[in-house]
Design a protein around this ligand. Structure first.
Ligand code: MN
Length: 349
């Protein structure tokens, strides 16, 4: 590649300081700075930039993935006009929420605004779908950097269409995200997995890990669906606290996943110490090591990563949230291309 991987480069060269081109890179990453419907703390729209800025400090050589980066990680340009629309609609959404909280009902103007927001969310999803589909058509692997958790829906759809639904989702999150709609918004961060699992292009299986904040309706949906398996944080912790090994728990989690796996990683699935500024932090959750061990186990089991998203990273006044996000992203990238290369060489043998 004609550069020294042991020297820290600038993020202006490329994500992780990697000087790459779109053509030469196997993995393409789309930043989606969008958090219109974030209900509690905002800032997820600043996640992609925070991750990008923190990314060059990571040492490229990795004990588990070696020089996987040589396959190339290319950062795509964010959908045009997205930041501006996000900024404008966030204010509108905030007004709607306040109105709902104060009076329990919406004015005519707010109802119109709500329609506008639902429409804009759909347009964002369509734009992501278009980019993901064309990336896949070019023989590349697609990854997404959110944004709030509504951002990857179009990407999951494009991947599903390519694989004819032959894949499963490993969903790491504090929240089940199975709400039919949230605060009147059909495509909010709290509905992503509802929208995915009720679509005609839905995956074979959804496996949720770390879930510890959900309503009864979501719990009933989980109970009623054979294609949704949820490992609640409470159950995982009680197994761990009574002496079960994480390696055995991971093996059980992975068993429900088919050969092709898409990872949807909401940073709030981790303990809040690793994501203090994320929009809806919840105590409990996975440690950074447990999450990496789980994903590493997916790869070691021979499964293939067909794409991923990392969402809800929101920066505070220091670089910590971006730092953890960038490191997680780096691992996701490495494992994804590693599993893809393994697949390719198996095919040749
Ligand atoms: Mn989520």
């Amino acid at each position: 590649m004609g550069f020294d991987p042991s020297v820290t480069a600038s993020h202006k060269v490329g994500i992780f300081g990697l000087p790459t081109t779109a053509e030469k890179s196997l993995l393409h990453l789309l930043p989606v700075p969008w958090d219109v419907t974030t209900s509690y703390g905002g800032g997820a729209s600043l996640g992609p930039q925070a991750i990008l800025e923190a990314s060059p400090q990571i040492d490229l050589f990795d004990l588990e993935t070696g020089r996987a980066y040589e396959k190339g990680y290319h950062l795509l340009t964010e959908p045009s006009g997205l930041k501006e629309t996000n900024e404008r609609l966030r204010q509108l959404a905030l007004k709607i929420r306040n109105e709902l909280e104060e009076s329990g009902e919406l004015s005519e103007a707010s109802r119109t605004a709500q329609k506008e927001i639902n429409l804009a969310c759909k347009e964002m999803i369509t734009a992501v779908h278009r980019t993901a589909a064309s990336t896949l058509r070019n023989g590349k692997i697609f990854g997404l950097i959110g944004g709030d958790h509504s951002t990857p829906q179009g990407a999951i759809q494009a991947i599903s269409e390519k694989l004819n639904g032959d894949f499963g989702i490993l969903h790491i999150d504090a929240h089940a995200d199975l709400r039919e709609a949230y605060q009147g918004f059909e495509h909010s961060h709290a509905s992503i997995m509802y929208n995915v699992m009720t679509a005609d292009w839905r995956p074979k299986h959804l496996v949720q890990v770390g879930i510890r904040d959900f309503c009864e309706e979501e719990y009933e949906m989980i109970q009623s669906r054979k294609d949704i398996t949820t490992y609640f944080d409470l159950q995982l912790k009680s197994e761990l606290l009574s002496g079960s090994a994480w390696s055995l728990i991971c093996r059980k989690i992975i068993e429900s996943l088919p050969k092709n796996v898409y990872i949807s990683f909401d940073i709030d699935g981790l303990s809040p110490e690793f994501c203090p500024h994320t929009g809806t932090p919840v105590p409990g959750g996975l440690s950074y090591d447990q999450a990496l061990y789980l994903i590493g186990s997916v790869i070691k089991s021979g499964r293939k990563l067909v794409g991923f998203d990392l969402n809800e990273v929101a920066p505070g006044s220091d670089e910590w949230d971006g730092n953890v996000g960038a490191r997680l992203l780096y691992k996701l990238c490495g494992w994804t291309v590693l599993a893809a290369s393994r697949e390719e060489s198996n095919g040749r043998n």
